[in-house]
Design a protein around this ligand. Structure first.
Ligand SMILES: [Zn+2]
Length: 220
């Protein structure tokens, strides 16, 4: 079940879905009445495999509203039953740090839209209240983030002080750039720590959220 569209509907539109005996094709939650799928989806919609109950014929008013508000998918979101907050990219790492330090008392979604083309909310996976690790919907990926992944973020920032993305991703470093490190041991340790993460969603997220300011601000 996908609560995120219901929570958008409540927190942005200020409306609730009337419960009833029908089931929404998109969110899988109960509703009194809905609209047929073909009246809600555009012809270009191709995320049917992300629907909670694709065989149900109707869509609830909250999910219909979501599809009428396409701009929602152009933002990053932190969404709870009581809040739908737009996040700037630079807000995301501080929020991750906060959520890992103090697990939230309410369920929530963290949705990061990289290309702004996909309905990231439909891929949403709920973080249960009190959960010690964090599940982020990052475009088509579902990324579990814990302190180990924060270590990856930090090591990526360190590598980027001396090397380009192409060097990091090919795991092939230019000798003259290696010489700029304080010691070869530091370079080797950082490289070895990042290497197993290359080509993973966690690495993609680290690259997306990369900013030297995180280091300057003492966050990572
Ligand atoms: Zn729905």
């Amino acid at each position: 079940m996908l609560f995120v569209t219901r929570w958008f509907y409540r927190n942005i539109a200020g409306l609730e879905v009337e419960p009833g005996g029908l089931t929404c094709a998109v969110c899988g939650l109960p509703m009194a009445e809905g609209k047929p799928q073909d009246k809600v989806f555009r012809k270009t919609f191709n995320d049917h495999d992300k629907l909670a109950c694709p065989d149900e014929p109707n869509v609830c008013p909250a999910c219909e509203w979501y599809f009428d508000n396409q701009q929602l998918r152009f933002s990053h979101w932190y969404v709870t039953p009581d809040e739908a907050r737009v996040l700037a990219r630079e807000d995301i790492v501080p929020l991750i740090l906060e959520l890992l330090k103090t697990p939230p008392v309410s369920d929530f979604y963290l949705l990061l839209s990289r290309t702004k083309k996909k309905h990231v909310a439909l891929r949403g996976r709920l973080n249960a209240a009190g959960c010690l690790s964090l599940r982020i919907n990052f475009e088509e990926y579902l990324v579990d983030v814990d302190h180990q992944v924060l270590g990856l973020f930090s090591n990526v920032i360190t590598l980027r002080q001396y090397h380009g993305w192409d060097e990091i991703e090919a795991d092939a470093y230019l000798p003259y750039a290696i010489l700029r490190w304080p010691s070869f041991g530091d370079f080797e340790r950082t490289r070895e720590a990042v290497r197993p993460w290359l080509n993973t969603p966690q690495y993609e997220l680290a690259r997306y959220l990369y900013s030297p300011k995180l280091r300057e601000d003492g966050l990572l």
